[in-house]
Every structure is written in C-alpha cells, then in structure tokens.
Design a protein around this ligand. Sequence first.
Ligand SMILES: C[S@@+](CC[C@H](N)C(=O)[O-])C[C@H]1O[C@@H](n2cnc3c(N)ncnc32)[C@H](O)[C@@H]1O
Length: 272
Amino acid sequence: MPVNPVETHYSRVDLGETILAALKAAGKDVNHLTPDDLAPVDEFHGGQRPATVRLAELVGFTGTERVLDVGSGLGGPSRYLAWHYGCRVSGVDLTAEFVRVAEMLTELTGLAGKADYRQGSALALPFEDSAFDVVWSQNAAMNIADRDRLYREMRRVLKPGGRLALQEVAAGLGGPPHFPVQWAREPSISFLLSQKETREKLEAAGFRVVVWQDTTEASLQAARARAASAGAPPVLGTHLLLGDDWPAMFRNSARNLEERRTELFNAVLQRV
Ligand SMILES: C[S@@+](CC[C@H](N)C(=O)[O-])C[C@H]1O[C@@H](n2cnc3c(N)ncnc32)[C@H](O)[C@@H]1O
C-alpha cells in the first residue's frame, strides 16, 4: 500500500487489467502493440503525444543518447524516444503501480531491451553521477515541493554538457488552481512555481537555458477538447488513470489555463 500521498493520488487498483481491457475494446491486438496504439492512454500530460514529439524535436535527439525520464509514469514518452529515435531510456517513478504497468506495456511493445523502469524518488535518483546525456521530465515537478533538490539531482546524473528537457505546469497570475486537477485533488500535494521562479532555481542549480517556450496559449485548444470529452470519453484515454472525479479534473485543467491560474512551458537547458 502506498504511504506517500502523491503515490496514493496516482495509484489505481488493477490498472494494467483496465488498460488491457480498454485496448481490446478499442480493437487493438494486445499481442502486437506499438507505442502509437498506446499513445491515447500512456502519455499522461497536457497535449499527450504531440507534446512529446514537440519537446523531443526541441532536444534534437540523434538516437545515441542515454536518457533518464524522471516521473516516467506509464512510460509512454520514454517508449516513444526508444522506438522513434532508438535511444536507450530509463524511467524512475514514485508510483509502484505505474512502474509495474510501464514494465508490462514495454514487454508488450517489444521494447524491453531499450527501456527500463524502477520505482524511486526524483529527490534521490537511484543512478550514478554523470550517467545520462539527457534528463527528460514531463508534468512531474508540480508534485514536488523541493525544487532545489530536484534540479540538483537532475544535474548530478547528467554528463557535463548534458541536456535537461522539461515540460512543466507553472503558477500563473490568476490565483491558485481550481481543484481537483489531474495531479492533485487538493492543494497539499500541488507545488506550482511561476516560470520566473522555476528558471531562477534551474540556473541556481547549475543549468543554462537553451530554449524556453511558454506553451500556455497553444495548449488551451487541447485542454478544451479534453474538457469537452468529459461527457462521452473515448474507450482509450487518460481518464482510465484517474478516479471517478476525472470529468472535474479535465474541466478544471482547461479553466485554470483560461483564467491563467496555470501556465505551461517547455524548456531545454544545458548542464554547465
Ligand atoms: C502526471 S504524471 C506524468 C507521467 C509521465 N511523465 C507522462 O508524461 O506520461 C506525474 C508522475 O510523476 C510521478 N512523481 C510525482 N512525484 C514524484 C517524485 N517525487 N519522484 C518520482 N516520481 C514522481 C508520479 O508518480 C506520476 O507518475
């Protein structure tokens, strides 16, 4: 049983079976799955697969990179990097159930030699210093209060000159978010910083900004489409990962962006 409130928030009973049943109901052959088949359910962040593609293009992967995905969830983004570019990817995530499902889906997509997952904390990454060319993280930091330590850990496991790729939710000027949202049912596990504060913490941790893009406006359309799906969800979707209150989460995500309570950004930084 999870003891950490963040892990409790994300843990679902029988998640693997739920996803397999939905894949079958969606007409997928579960013995011959590709990352594309899984993308509607295993890309657990705003903008889903298209957002992963955009961030990967900002990094400009060549396929030779050794990559760490921090807060890797079900492994959708990391499997995409392994499959599309040929990178060797490791994922670390706090939620044991997500790690189990990530391993199952990686086996089913035939990517077990290219992607591996382990349970662990982003604040004590279970890897040696200078082990990775790229550290990647999408929509995980909003659950992490100690950003100084998070960014120091990310820098520690990067090789000198290595790059950090981030897609994060930031605090906007419109006030605190409406809850529940996908990452928290109430404020006690939500830790948003403004883009400016985030950038200052990253620079203080020893990173140089290479690219910084505010994607709030561009993300609104996808968030509104998701909110509209709350009446009739697709067979396969990230609502399967959330609790019964997922319609409110989808609606609040769009509303928080509209009211500038939240902002989204992509960034690529370099370890100096
Ligand atoms: C919204 S999900 C995003 C998953 C994945 N990055 C994706 O985009 O598909 C946030 C993830 O961050 C993980 N997480 C939150 N706090 C963490 C921490 N301190 N250490 C490791 N993982 C954490 C959660 O368990 C969850 O899987």
